[in-house]
Design a protein around this ligand. Structure first.
Ligand code: GDP
Length: 332
C-alpha cells in the first residue's frame, strides 16, 4: 500500500511536469482492466481530483463526416496560438472505428499532433458506453493535472454518446451537415436537447446557401424547446473550417457562456452535479468489471444466461443470484 502511495506520487509528479509520455502512460494505467493496476489508478486519480477548476471542457458531437476533426484541429491550433494548452479526447462506444473515421486519431489532426502544447488521445476502445465514457472522464482529469486548460471532447453523433458527452463537458456543440437531407436529424433524434450551440459546418463554396437555410431551420426548431437549467439560449452558427470562417465567433460563444454561467453559479453547480453523476456511473462500471474479473462469476453468469434464454429463470432472479455469489467471494 505504501508502495502504491509513492508510485502514485511519482506518476502525478511526472504528469505535472508536463511530460506527455507520462500522461499517456497514466491514461493507459487508468484504462487498464488488470486487477494489479486498479489500486494504483485509484490513488493517481484521487491526487488529480481537485485539479482542473479553471479548465474549459467543450464537447463536439456529430455524425461521421460532419467535419469534427477538421474543425477541432483548426480551433486547437488557434487556441494554442492564444497561449492555451489543448487536450483532445474522444468518446466512441463503437470501439475505435465508426463509419471509417477514428475519433481522436492523430493522423486526422496532423498539425495539431505536432504541437508540444497539444495532447491527442483516441477513445478508450473496450467496454460498454458507460465504461468508455467513465474512462474518458478520468482522462480529462489527468490532462487537467498535466496543465491542459482546454479539453476538447469529440463524440460520434449516433446513439447515446452525445448524452454522455453532456455529462463530461461544460459546453456542447452539435455539428450539423448540410446538403445531405440531414439538417433535421439532430432535431428528430432529440440530440439537439444536449446542444448549447449548433454549428452548421462546411459553410463554403456551393454549400453556402444550403448552410444559410439550415441555420434558419435550426433557429425555428430550437424555439420549440423549453429553457435550459443553465438559463442559456442555444446559438446557431454557420462555420467553415476550410476557409477559417466563424471560428472566432465559435469560441466567443463559449466564453460568453462561461462568463454568464460563472456569474449565475450554474457553471460550478453543473461541474459538481457531473462529479456525482460519475460516482454513480463509476459504481456501475466497477460492479460490471469486478464481476467479469472473476472466472467463477463469469462461468456462473454464462450458465444463467442460458437459463434466462430458455425461460427457466427470470432476468431479475438471475441478476440477484449473480450479485449474491459475487458478495460471497473473498475480496481480500
Ligand atoms: P468527422 O468525421 O466529423 O471528423 O469529419 P472530417 O473532419 O473528417 O471531415 C469530413 C470531410 O469533410 C473531409 O473530407 C473534410 O475535408 C471535409 N470538410 C471538413 N470541414 C470542411 C469545411 O469547412 N469545408 C468543406 N468544404 N469541407 C470540409
Amino acid at each position: 500500500n505504501a508502495d502504491h502511495d509513492s508510485a502514485a506520487e511519482q506518476i502525478v509528479q511526472d504528469i505535472r511536469s508536463g511530460d506527455r509520455s507520462a500522461l499517456a502512460r497514466a491514461i493507459t494505467l487508468v484504462e487498464s482492466k488488470a486487477e494489479r493496476h486498479r489500486l494504483l489508478a485509484e490513488k493517481v486519480l484521487d491526487q488529480c481530483a481537485r485539479t482542473g477548476r479553471e479548465s474549459v471542457r467543450v464537447g463536439f458531437s456529430g455524425v461521421p463526416g460532419a467535419g469534427k476533426s477538421t474543425l477541432i484541429e483548426k480551433l486547437g491550433m488557434r487556441l494554442i496560438g492564444d497561449g492555451h494548452r489543448v487536450a483532445v479526447l474522444a468518446v466512441d462506444p463503437s470501439s475505435t472505428r465508426s463509419g471509417g473515421s477514428i475519433l481522436g486519431d492523430k493522423t486526422r489532426m496532423e498539425d495539431l499532433s505536432r504541437e508540444t502544447n497539444a495532447f491527442i488521445r483516441p477513445s478508450p476502445s473496450q467496454g460498454s458506453l458507460g465504461g468508455v465514457a467513465t474512462r474518458t472522464r478520468e482522462a480529462i482529469s489527468l490532462c487537467e493535472a498535466a496543465g491542459y486548460d482546454i479539453v476538447l471532447i469529440e463524440t460520434v453523433g449516433v446513439g447515446q454518446s452525445e448524452a454522455e458527452v453532456a455529462h463530461l463537458a461544460d459546453f456542447v456543440f452539435l455539428l450539423a451537415v448540410t446538403g445531405a437531407g440531414d439538417e433535421l436529424q439532430g432535431i428528430k433524434r432529440g440530440v439537439i436537447e444536449y446542444a448549447d450551440a449548433v454549428l452548421v459546418t462546411k459553410a463554403d463554396g456551393d454549400n453556402e446557401s444550403a448552410a444559410r437555410i439550415a441555420v434558419q431551420t435550426y433557429e425555428a426548431a430550437l424555439q420549440l424547446f423549453r429553457d435550459r437549467d443553465s438559463g442559456w439560449s442555444p446559438r446557431i452558427l454557420a462555420v467553415s473550417a476550410l476557409e477559417d470562417r466563424g471560428l472566432n465567433t465559435l469560441w466567443s460563444i463559449v466564453s460568453d457562456y462561461r462568463a454568464a454561467t460563472k456569474t449565475s453559479g450554474y457553471w460550478d453547480e453543473n461541474r459538481s452535479n457531473q462529479s456525482v453523476y460519475w460516482l454513480h456511473a463509476s459504481l456501475i462500471t466497477e460492479i460490471q468489471e469486478s464481476i467479469s474479473a472473476s472466472a467463477e462469476i463469469r462461468e456462473g453468469l454464462a450458465r444463467l444466461e442460458d437459463r434466462v434464454r430458455n425461460g427457466l429463470i427470470s432476468p431479475r432472479s438471475a441478476a440477484a443470484a449473480i450479485l449474491k455469489s459475487f458478495l460471497k467471494l473473498d475480496h481480500s
